[in-house]
Design a protein around this ligand. Structure first.
Ligand code: GLU
Length: 482
């Protein structure tokens, strides 16, 4: 098998759409799986859409996602330049070659003439008017400096066909295809031309991209044929949808890779999740590292139908990645969120980490989960009531008073020794442990959900603060019952 060369060819738009990242990932996985080369090419010929700093977003995304390119603007592999705007003279040169072979022609039609062609819904198909100009006339008009474009000369009859690795046999009647512009009046190539010239010159033999290009590909193949170049293999990918009708879109705030990172998703979990959007491994495993993805990736597993982006599922998967972290790793990854939370500068992050690891799915949940460590004050005493545990307010008060007698004598203020002391207390009093732990946890936090149990929260708060809060809650209950 020839050495596989794939490429990711993003346009610098200023953000990375999840769908584009998935295309990138599949192109990377396919290359790596076959010991091939993965190329990054920047498609910036559409100057109107150019956004400052947008190329940095592309580099940053690849790096964060753990996708490393073998060749690109910053890694010359001998097929550069890898930025289309730097290749501008090349396209005109190749377009002129195509004019010589009859695969393309100069067109001088004015905007007005094109508009007058009318057609269905105002969308006209170019009528090949300039194809009939004599060579002399073309020469004369070029010499006079008339503005021109270069158009592809698509045969009027016949059918163009190819086999897509995902979608199978694709056949488009030539009559349905337009003589697209290859070189615009500003001398820049269109995507329709640049992708072919670049993929050929960069020896890309597996073109992997979104399915919006599926039906234009026969036209690109005609260009390969006119040049006498070998066609590449194609793998087109179905879109990622928000729901049955809508595609994921930046407009709905659900498509930008970096937005998910800001929400506390781990890049490796996002990459893992999107790998499974449109592809599934034979063994149906869900949590897969990049190495495992490389090993398992295969074209047969790619689906033809659009996939629905399920954030709840990605969130769950993210939680699975968090559960495997050591407290040290968790602190390292979550530091940004911890620093902005109630525990910043006051609590031992490693202790907090132990409590949070099994309890958070995405890192942005951290501030809310630990908020109870900051604010403590008057709360609703009926929260002490617990039907299932048969806890009433008077019983809670009794339990807390026992705790208030016992706990000052506990010297080693740790989760374990507090548990030992409270378990012994429950036994002495003939109570279920929950009848002690539940009121105590509420008494020292004032909230129903906490990142840890009573003794874990007490250890975090420390002896002095815990006892102070306990006294406060005893008084709160007494007042409510008086
Ligand atoms: N620049 C094109 C895009 O962002 C690339 C399409 C392709 O991969 O050929 O859609």
């Amino acid at each position: 098998m020839e050495k596989v060369r794939t490429r990711f060819a993003p346009s610098p738009t200023g953000f990375m759409h999840i769908g584009n990242l998935r295309t990138c990932l599949y192109a990377y996985l396919y290359a790596k799986k076959h010991g091939g080369t993965f190329v990054l090419r920047i498609e910036d010929t559409d100057r109107e859409r150019y956004v400052e700093g947008a190329v940095d977003v592309i580099y940053r995304t690849l790096e964060t996602a753990g996708i490393s390119h073998d060749e690109g603007p910053d890694k010359d592999g001998g097929f550069g330049p890898y930025i289309q705007s730097e290749r501008k003279p090349l396209y005109l040169e190749y377009a002129k070659k195509l004019v010589e072979t009859g695969g393309a022609y100069y067109c001088f039609c004015s905007k007005e003439r094109l508009a007058s062609l009318g057609g269905e819904n105002g969308v006209h198909k170019y009528d090949k008017h300039c194809l009939s100009l004599s060579e002399e006339e073309v020469e004369a008009r070029l010499a006079a400096g008339e503005p021109y474009v270069i158009r592809q000369n698509v045969p009027a009859e016949g059918v163009s066909e190819y086999d897509d690795m995902v979608f199978g046999h694709i056949a488009v009647p030539n009559a349905d295809m337009e003589d697209n512009i290859l070189i615009k009046s500003d001398g820049m190539p269109t995507y329709n031309f640049a992708n072919v010239v670049d993929d050929h010159l960069m020896k890309i033999n597996y073109v992997i991209r979104g399915m919006e290009y599926l039906s234009s590909t026969p036209k690109y193949n005609l260009l390969y044929d006119s040049f006498g170049w070998e066609r590449p293999h194609y793998m087109h990918l179905p879109p990622i949808m928000k729901d049955a009708q809508r595609k994921l879109s930046k407009r709905y705030g659900d498509a930008n890779f970096e937005d998910f990172l800001a929400k506390g998703y781990l890049p490796e979990a996002v990459v893992n999740y999107i790998a499974l959007l449109g592809w599934s491994p034979k063994n149906d495993r869900e949590k897969l590292s990049m190495d495992e993805l490389v090993e398992l990736f295969d074209v047969d597993g790619i689906s033809k139908s659009p996939s629905i982006f399920d954030e709840a599922k990605m969130r769950w998967l993210n939680g699975e990645y968090i559960k495997e972290m050591t407290p040290e790793k968790f602190v390292e990854r979550a530091r940004g969120f911890l620093d902005k939370s109630a525990v910043a500068g006051k609590y031992d992050y490693l202790k907090i980490a132990k409590l949070l690891i099994p309890r958070v799915e995405i890192l942005s949940e951290i501030p809310e989960k630990v908020e109870c460590l900051r604010s403590f004050g008057k709360f609703d005493p009926t929260m002490f009531e617990h039907k299932k545990m048969k806890i009433t307010m008077p019983l809670a008060l009794e339990a807390l008073q026992k705790c208030a007698e016992l706990l000052p004598s506990v010297d080693e203020w740790t989760d374990e020794s507090l548990k030992a002391a409270l378990n012994a207390l429950a036994e002495r009093e003939g109570k279920k442990t929950g009848q002690i732990y539940l009121p105590l946890r509420l008494a020292i936090t004032g909230v129903a959900t906490t990142p840890g149990g009573a003794t874990e929260m007490a250890e975090l708060l420390g002896k002095e603060e815990s006892l102070k809060r306990l006294d406060f809650s005893v008084a709160l209950l007494k007042e409510a019952l008086s």
